[in-house]
Design a protein around this ligand. Structure first.
Ligand SMILES: CC(=O)N[C@H]1[C@@H](OP(=O)(O)OP(=O)(O)OC[C@H]2O[C@@H](n3ccc(=O)[nH]c3=O)[C@H](O)[C@@H]2O)O[C@H](CO)[C@@H](O)[C@@H]1O[C@H](C)C(=O)N[C@@H](C)C(=O)N[C@H](CCC(=O)O)C(=O)O
Ligand SMILES: Nc1ncnc2c1ncn2[C@@H]1O[C@H](COP(=O)(O)OP(=O)(O)OP(=O)(O)O)[C@@H](O)[C@H]1O
Ligand SMILES: N[C@H](CCC[C@H](N)C(=O)O)C(=O)O
Length: 554
């Protein structure tokens, strides 16, 4: 999204702002201009890091990538009428060959955020911004926060994995946290449309790759840390340290941290030790490894938690005797933790506690997160629960299966796969968690991307094999995801739960460079309706047989 109205900004101002690290290479192609006249001023009206999206007057940020250097697309950017190029020493020659002015800096990603903010005139300046990071819960918390901000009468924005929202306008997302050029463009759209507050997910990739440079969060929230993304981070420590960068004065005014999580407690120690930003903590009574035995009492606690099939209620106890009844319309103890994160985050952002609680309670579900799927035609006959959930990492699988176990009388079936071209080390852990905690597991494809689905399933089975046979779920491998979902539903009986894990809100399946249409919610719905129809016709068949067999009353 780009703002409709933009000002022209002189490139020379940018060079001055960037200081001595930046060198401006000017083209030598203005023979008409007398030698004693200063070079013509160049103006910038927008910015992008993607040559395919250059608009007239843009600054094209040519970034080094894992596959290619963006400077290779300088000609394409020039043809689309970019006004200048920002690049590094490696890209300088190709960029200069276009004849456009080129700013050369040592590290483009390091300056891209502040540069993008400059291009759009610091658009986030007046925005109340709440950012959430952590392995799990970012999307959910961002939706809950947006609901709270709306309850407080603000016009809101949302930036995250599922979608970006500006007021009521929605745009699908391709990344959890957009690149800095897109982020500040989005902030500019928000400013233009009178948005006053936004909830935003901040991924570790974003912090590592400078995507949130130039953004400042009034409140930054930490949820938890568990294994994911070890294809990108060298180890869990690096993953944690990257997330911890958000909790510095460069990025935020106040930290809100979950002390039920051991990395949360480490973060509190780290930030409190530095003493440069205030920290507020929260916990849920009985939360994973919470409690004073861990040496940390939280400022805010959820107590008297009452779990239900579709959501939970609990009591919020805050500092200074603040106390109130609260609820969240999403099931599982982990969503009580998410609700607490949102409530405390909103209070720290300046909302009255009652408004924060009411806003969180009013939030409907989050797309693809514990999303119930119910047959439309024969809903009354669906005597089992079917859910689509975005659990695609070991911690999420454990959280979901633990919480379903607490509320399910029947058997639990999980249909699950692992994404290709992503953290390979999490595959056995996901297989192990599913086989240990579910009654039945159907291993299938997620997004295999460029990888062989058989190898991915084999890695998951390595983890399955670690669960002792007598404690292991019944495990089947069916790589066709639609077939796997159908099989799972066929094997789900009254009082049971089936959860289709891993793809949540996604509407495509990435296979060998192609995106095939695939929405778990649609496929699951069709499978349920098929199963209910065939169960109904079986019942009819056996009823008819009984009629035929009945003795002739005459
Ligand atoms: C690891 C990673 O994050 N990679 C990002 C990185 O890609 P890359 O370095 O491979 O880029 P590249 O393909 O070599 O291209 C280099 C440059 O040339 C440019 N280019 C390329 C081709 C062209 O025709 N024209 C052009 O201008 C590209 O825009 C890029 O700036 O820069 C690209 C451009 O912005 C991103 O799209 C890409 O994200 C990829 C798609 C990705 O999948 N990222 C995921 C892993 C990610 O970021 N996930 C996080 C976390 C999610 C979570 O919490 O679970 C997220 O925030 O989404
Ligand atoms: N607080 C939590 N603790 C553990 N697991 C959670 C928590 N919140 C959500 N989950 C699980 O993680 C999945 C993803 O949740 P959500 O989208 O809110 O998190 P996220 O951090 O945005 O994830 P991602 O980075 O994968 O987009 C949910 O579908 C659920 O299975
Ligand atoms: N943001 C995450 C989403 C993973 C979703 C899952 N369906 C998969 O493909 O692994 C990633 O890109 O790693």
């Amino acid at each position: 999204m780009r703002p409709e109205h933009t000002s022209l900004r002189p490139l020379s101002d940018l060079v001055t702002t960037l200081g001595s690290d930046a060198t401006l290479l000017r083209p030598d192609t203005d023979p008409e201009r007398p030698a004693d006249m200063p070079p013509r001023e160049v103006h910038v009206r927008g910015i992008t890091h993607d040559s395919r999206r250059v608009r007239q007057g843009d600054l094209y940020a040519a970034l080094p990538g894992t596959r290619v250097h963006g400077a290779e697309f300088s000609r394409q950017a020039a043809d689309a009428e970019a006004s200048a190029i920002l690049t590094d020493a490696e890209g300088a020659e190709s960029a200069a060959a276009t004849g456009l002015p080129v700013i050369v800096v040592p590290d483009v990603r390091a300056v891209l955020g502040p540069v993008a903010s400059w291009v759009y005139g610091d658009p986030a300046r007046d925005l109340l911004l709440v950012g959430t990071t952590g392995t799990s819960g970012k999307t959910t918390i961002s939706y809950l926060i947006e609901s709270g901000l709306r309850k407080a009468g603000m016009s809101t924005g949302l930036v995250g994995t599922v979608e970006m929202r500006v007021g009521d306008e929605r745009v699908a997302s391709s990344l959890t946290t957009p690149e800095a050029t897109d982020l500040h463009g989005l902030f500019a759209v928000m400013a233009e449309r009178g948005i006053t507050a936004a909830a935003m997910e901040v991924s570790s990739h974003a912090l590592a790759l400078g995507r949130v440079g130039g953004a400042r969060y009034d409140v930054a929230i930490f949820t938890n840390l568990s294994q994911d993304h070890l294809d990108f981070h060298s180890d869990l420590r690096d993953y944690f340290d990257t997330k911890a960068r958000l909790f510095t004065p460069e990025y935020c005014d106040i930290a809100v941290v979950n002390t039920d999580d051991r990395f949360g407690r480490a973060l509190v120690d780290m930030v409190a030790g530095r003493g440069d930003i205030p920290v507020t903590t929260f916990a849920v009574e009985g939360g994973s490894d919470a409690g004073p035995e861990n040496g940390m009492e939280a400022d805010w606690n959820a107590v008297d938690v009452r779990l239900g099939d579709t959501g939970s209620s609990f009591r919020v106890v805050g500092p200074g005797g603040m106390e109130a009844e609260a609820s969240v319309a999403l099931p599982g103890p982990f969503n009580v933790s998410n609700a607490m994160a949102a409530i405390v985050g909103l209070v720290e952002a300046g909302l009255p506690m009652e408004t924060a609680i009411a806003g969180v309670a009013a939030a409907p579900g989050v797309p693809g997160r514990m999303e119930p799927v119910a047959a439309r035609s024969a809903a009354s006959e669906q005597d089992f629960t079917a859910l689509v959930d975005y659990s695609h990492k070991p911690g999420a699988i454990e959280a979901v299966l633990d919480s379903l176990r607490a509320t399910t009388k029947g058997r639990i079936t999980m249909v699950v796969g692992c994404g290709g071209d992503r953290d390979r080390a999490k595959r056995p852990l996901m297989g192990e968690a599913a086989a240990r905690l579910a009654d039945q597991v159907i291993i299938t494809n997620d997004n295999p991307r460029s990888e062989d689905p058989v190898s991915i399933a084999a890695a998951m089975l390595e983890g399955v094999a670690k669960v002792p046979e007598n404690h292991r779920a019944h495990v089947t491998v069916e790589l066709d995801r639609a077939e796997a979902i159908g099989l799972g539903v066929a094997r789900t009986g009254p009082g049971d739960v089936i959860v289709v894990a891993g793809k949540g809100h996604e509407t495509g399946q990435y296979v060998k460079g192609e995106v095939l249409p695939f929405d778990d919610r649609e496929v699951l719905l069709n499978a349920i309706e098929d199963a209910l129809r065939s169960r109904a016709s079986e019942r009819l068949g056996s009823a008819l047989q009984n009629v035929h067999r009945a003795p002739d009353p005459g």
